[in-house]
Design a protein around this ligand. Structure first.
Ligand code: ASP
Length: 345
């Protein structure tokens, strides 16, 4: 018969108490609050001039703040990450300051062709569109594609026909017109007719109105991740050009590990299948979310090419770029809010 008073057992009991005390000392302090939900958004990255007038700066800060609050309300009330990213992107699409929805850039032909995508990380379902010309809020049509069609990605005429069968709001193509984008297109026409610079994103870098693809990523109180991105693409793009935004895994991606939305030079972002690579580095490479984003920005992409917003399953947020600026904002359940444009501010 074994007696607990036996010296061997006493040593074992003392050892396990000490181990327990040691482990308790190593773990997180009990009162440290964990993040229940989190949201980040971007309004485009590029050579955003610090010289822009204060009145314009304030319009951007206000626009970003409103978009952050839109998502915060959804998540704080227990809404889904999917609803939050759709609502945030709709808000930014309706803001003429940003290159998505109203305020989209001009194509070579002087029109507006819009791309958008949305992805639900909890189901891996996605919806994407390219070359839309009459849908007021492309992100919402992307969600309908995701939820109500048998497919993921529609383009051009097919995308418009799909829209005809839904209730999404339609507009004339000139709804997307803004004078700033028109002037930028004119300047860009003049520049490309002389000598085309290598990186189209540094074209007329004094022009603060040039960038503005929008995107949002979120995690909700159920731990579900989602991402959405919407854009007019790049100024002067050729008819039918498709950027990274609607390519699932390039400009937009979400799974159970991370949600990512990109902005920048679409062709470069696509070559690296960037958004999916970031999630894979976290899932399979042992990278933290920040290390994964840094790897893409520093090791895979060149300076001035891109920016990413990302959130992981622990609610960590990363918003980083290798351009001088990126319109961006974030908020989480701990009330931590950030709204910034440039690297240093
Ligand atoms: N990535 C977008 C595109 O290439 C443009 C941007 O983010 O500004 O279509």
């Amino acid at each position: 018969m074994i007696h607990l008073s036996h010296p061997k057992f006493q040593i074992l009991i003392i050892a396990s108490i000490l181990t327990g005390l040691f482990l308790a000392g190593c773990s997180e302090p009990a009162n440290e609050e964990s993040v229940e939900w989190a949201l980040a958004l971007h309004g485009g990255a590029g050579a955003i001039s610090q010289e822009m007038p204060d009145s314009v700066k304030n319009q951007y800060y206000d626009g970003l703040e409103q978009a952050v609050r839109t998502g915060e309300i959804v998540l704080r009330e227990g809404g889904s990450a999917l609803d939050a990213v759709e609502q945030v992107v709709r808000n930014l699409e309706n803001n003429p300051l940003f290159n998505a929805g109203k305020g989209a850039v001009f194509t070579k032909e002087g029109r507006h062709e819009l791309d958008a995508a949305i992805m639900d990380g909890s189901t891996m379902q996605a919806g994407a569109l390219t070359g839309l010309t009459t849908v007021k809020n492309p992100v919402s049509l992307a969600r309908v594609v995701m939820q109500e069609s048998d497919h993921i990605f529609f383009s051009g005429q097919g995308a418009e026909q799909f829209a005809d069968e839904t209730n999404v709001e339609r507009v004339e193509n000139d709804h997307f017109f803004t004078q700033n984008r028109y002037d930028q297109w004119q300047r860009s026409n003049n520049q490309t007719s002389s000598a085309a610079p290598e990186n189209p994103r540094t074209l007329s870098s004094h022009n603060s109105y040039k960038f503005g693809t929008v995107g949002a990523v979120a995690i909700d109180t159920d731990g579900h991740l989602a991402a959405a991105t919407s854009t007019g693409g790049m100024t002067n793009k050729q008819f039918g050009r498709v950027g990274d935004v609607p390519i699932i895994g390039s400009g937009t991606f979400a799974n159970h590990v991370a949600a990512v939305s990109a902005t920048g030079w679409g062709e470069k972002i696509m070559q690296q299948v960037s958004a999916n690579t970031i999630a894979n580095l976290v899932e399979f490479g042992g990278y933290s979310l920040e290390e994964a984003v840094d790897f893409l920005l520093e090791e895979r992409l060149q300076p001035d090419e891109a920016g990413f917003i990302a959130v992981d399953s622990d609610g960590n947020i990363v918003m980083k770029m290798n351009t001088p600026g990126m319109y961006r904002g974030s908020v989480n359940s701990l009330g931590e809010t950030e709204i910034k444009i440039w690297t240093e501010e």
